[in-house]
Design a protein around this ligand. Structure first.
Ligand code: HEC
Ligand code: HEC
Length: 307
C-alpha cells in the first residue's frame, strides 16, 4: 500500500503529460494503397482454413472493432474464452494480446491466421488461395513489386490496422487546449481518474496498451486465466495482463480479459476495488464513467464512405 501511495504522489506531479492525444487524420501518414489492400484481406474469409471467417468476423469494424460478446468462435465452432480486444488504435499498443504475447501487428496477424482455435490455417494453404484472385495478383505486384507472400500479406494487414485510428475525441480536444469542451462532471471524472491513480496504469497515447500489470493489486480477481504467466511460466507474472487501452471504451463492452464485466459502470467499480482498494462513491464512479465516454473518437477515415 505504501508503494501505491508513493506512486500516486509521484504521478500527481506528472499527470498532466501522461496522456497524449492521437494524431489527427491530416497528421498521420500511412500508405493508402497498402492499407486498402489490407482492408480487403481483413475482410477475406480465405484467410481461414475452411473459408468461413475473416478478421472482421470477430473484429466488427462498424461496432468499435471488437465483437460485443464475452468470447468468440473460431472455425468449426471452437470457443475462445478471452474477450476480443478492439483493433482500433492497436497500432499504438506496445504489445498486442491480453498476455502481451505478440509484439507487433504483423506477428499478431500471423498468430490469428495460424491460431489453433481461430482461423486454424497456415500460409501454405492461404497463399495459393489468394493467388487465384486476379485483383490481388495485380495489386501486390503493383504495390510491392513482388508477388503475394507471407511477408506482404502481413504487411498489408498491418498497414490497414495502422489506418484504424480514431482521433478527435472530446478528451483529445480537451488535451489540446479546448478546456471547456468537457462539462463539470466529465472534468471531475478526469480529476478522479488522476487522483485515484488510474492514470498510473492507463496512460500514454492509448491511455493503456503500454504496460503489463497485475489484475488484483489490492484485492484478488477470480479467474482461471494466469495471463502473462501462461507465456513466461515465471511465478511473478501470475495474473499480469496488458493494461488495456481505454480509447473508445464505451463502445467495447463487455470488459476484462474474460469478458465477464458487462458494463462500464461495473468495470470502473471493479477497478476501484481490485486496483485502488479505496471505497469510491457511486457518484464518483458515475463521473469517471462520464469521463471515459469522452474517449470515443471519430470513425477511422479508411472506413468512411466508399474507398
Ligand atoms: C475467432 C475470432 C477472431 C478472429 C477471426 C481474429 N481475431 Fe483478433 N483477436 C481475437 C481475440 C480473442 C484476441 C485476444 C487474444 C488474446 O489476447 O489472447 C484478438 C486480438 C487481436 C489483436 C490485439 C489487440 C490488442 O489490443 O491486444 C489484434 C490487432 C487482432 N486481434 C487483429 C486480428 C486480425 C488482423 C485478424 C485476421 C488475420 C484477427 N484478429 C482475427 C479474436 C479474433
Ligand atoms: C495497477 C494498474 C491499474 C490501475 C491502477 C487501474 N487499472 Fe484499469 N486495468 C488494468 C488492467 C491490468 C486491466 C485488465 C484487467 C483484466 O482484463 O484482467 C484493466 C482494465 C480496465 C478496464 C476494462 C478495459 C477493457 O477493455 O476490458 C477499465 C474500464 C479500467 N481498467 C479502468 C480503470 C479505472 C477507472 C481505474 C481507476 C479507478 C483503473 N482502471 C485503475 C490495470 C489498472
Amino acid at each position: 500500500l505504501k508503494k501505491i501511495l508513493l506512486l500516486l504522489l509521484n504521478i500527481g506531479v506528472f499527470a498532466e503529460n501522461l496522456i497524449t492525444p492521437l494524431p489527427t487524420f491530416e497528421n498521420f501518414k500511412y500508405n493508402n494503397e497498402k492499407a486498402l489492400l489490407g482492408k480487403k484481406l481483413f475482410n477475406d474469409t480465405r484467410l481461414s482454413k475452411d473459408n468461413t471467417i475473416s478478421c472482421a468476423s470477430c473484429h466488427l469494424l462498424e461496432e468499435g472493432g471488437d465483437n460485443n460478446s464475452q468470447g468468440s468462435y473460431g472455425i468449426y465452432g471452437q470457443y475462445i474464452s478471452r474477450n476480443v480486444p478492439t483493433v482500433f488504435n492497436a497500432y499504438f499498443n506496445i504489445h498486442q494480446h491480453w498476455d502481451a504475447s505478440s509484439k507487433n501487428l504483423e506477428d499478431q496477424a500471423r498468430d490469428s491466421i495460424e491460431h489453433p482455435l481461430a482461423m486454424q490455417s497456415n500460409f501454405h494453404e492461404v497463399l495459393p488461395k489468394l493467388m487465384q484472385d486476379k485483383d490481388y495478383k495485380e495489386k501486390f505486384k503493383k504495390i510491392y513489386q513482388e508477388k503475394i507472400s507471407k511477408k506482404t500479406v502481413l504487411n498489408a494487414i498491418a498497414e490497414f490496422e495502422k489506418a484504424l485510428i480514431t482521433p478527435n475525441s472530446k478528451f483529445d480536444k480537451h488535451l489540446k487546449g479546448n478546456l471547456d469542451i468537457l462539462n463539470d462532471k466529465e472534468k471531475n471524472g478526469y480529476k478522479l481518474f488522476k487522483d485515484y491513480g488510474c492514470i498510473s496504469c492507463h496512460n500514454g497515447i492509448n491511455i493503456g496498451g503500454n504496460l503489463i500489470q497485475k489484475i488484483g493489486v489490492i484485492n484478488k480477481y477470480k479467474t482461471d486465466d494466469l495471463g502473462r504467466y501462461e507465456i513466461t511460466k515465471n511465478i511473478n507474472d501470475k495474473y499480469y495482463f496488458k493494461v488495456p487501452s481505454l480509447r473508445n471504451i464505451a463502445l467495447t463492452a463487455p470488459y476484462f480479459h474474460d469478458g465477464k464485466i458487462k458494463t462500464l459502470q461495473d468495470a470502473v467499480k471493479q477497478m476501484s476495488i481490485l486496483q485502488v482498494g479505496y471505497p469510491i462513491s457511486k457518484n464518483e464512479i458515475n463521473d469517471m464513467v462520464l469521463f471515459l465516454k469522452t474517449l470515443t473518437g471519430e470513425t477511422p477515415n479508411i472506413l468512411k464512405g466508399k474507398q
